[in-house]
Design a protein around this ligand. Structure first.
Ligand SMILES: [Zn+2]
Length: 215
């Protein structure tokens, strides 16, 4: 099929061999996505009805996600959205709401655009599923990077709250983020959302950030 659109790869600007759905070229798709694809994550660090995170947060995918975080533009959301659609196994799952993990400072309910919300909207439009906005952080968490895993977990305890929780009663929720590291943030958010008595919580992240074990 000949494309008459003046299209080029978002990542390398080549005009050759563009994958229309992804808006990147075949070579970049290989480099960014195929190379970091993993078959499974060994240990699921929380209780959820289902979980998937199929890419390693490294190499060119890491570069793309970091670039997108600092400049959350719809154009970069497209290849990442396609990565989500093709790796999350959502075909057989019915869900009623999407909850993107609220960012550290702004409340999700203030609807300021941040990258996870942008991705959630993209996925939501695809499936025709609304975003649940009434969730927010109850305290500002200090930088996590200098903390040990257990300190992170403690630091995040009780850091989310849900309003209008009756809306979630008996509903199936897609809880999503771009990257998972220890899973502490997701675990904490899951425990808060569980109190609203949903029917199911399906957790998805695009990339999995492997932590080096200190010996
Ligand atoms: Zn390219």
């Amino acid at each position: 099929m000949i494309s008459y659109f003046p299209t080029c790869c978002l990542w390398c600007e080549s005009t050759h061999d563009i994958l229309d759905d992804w808006q990147i070229c075949r070579r970049c798709h290989e480099d960014v996505f195929v190379n970091s694809f993993i078959n499974s994550v060994n240990k699921i660090p929380f209780y959820a009805e289902s979980f998937s995170s199929r890419y390693l947060f490294n190499g060119s995918l890491r570069e793309m996600i970091i670039k997108w975080k600092y400049n959350p533009s719809p154009e970069y959301t497209r290849p990442l959205g396609m990565a989500a659609l093709t790796s999350w196994g959502m075909e057989s799952i019915n869900f009623d709401y999407i909850i993107p993990v609220p960012p550290h400072i702004e409340r999700l309910k203030e609807r300021k655009i941040h990258q996870t919300l942008l991705l959630a909207k993209w996925i939501g439009n695809w499936f025709g599923v609304p975003i649940f906005y009434d969730i927010y952080r109850t305290k500002r968490t200090p930088s996590q990077t200098a903390l040990t895993r257990s300190e992170r977990v403690e630091n995040l305890l009780n850091s989310f709250a849900v309003e209008k929780s009756r809306m979630l009663n008996h509903k199936s929720i897609l809880l999503m983020d771009d990257i998972m590291t220890t899973g502490a943030t997701l675990r904490n958010l899951i425990s808060v959302v569980r109190r609203a008595n949903p029917r199911a919580i399906h957790v998805r992240t695009i990339a999995y950030n492997q932590i080096r074990k200190s010996l």
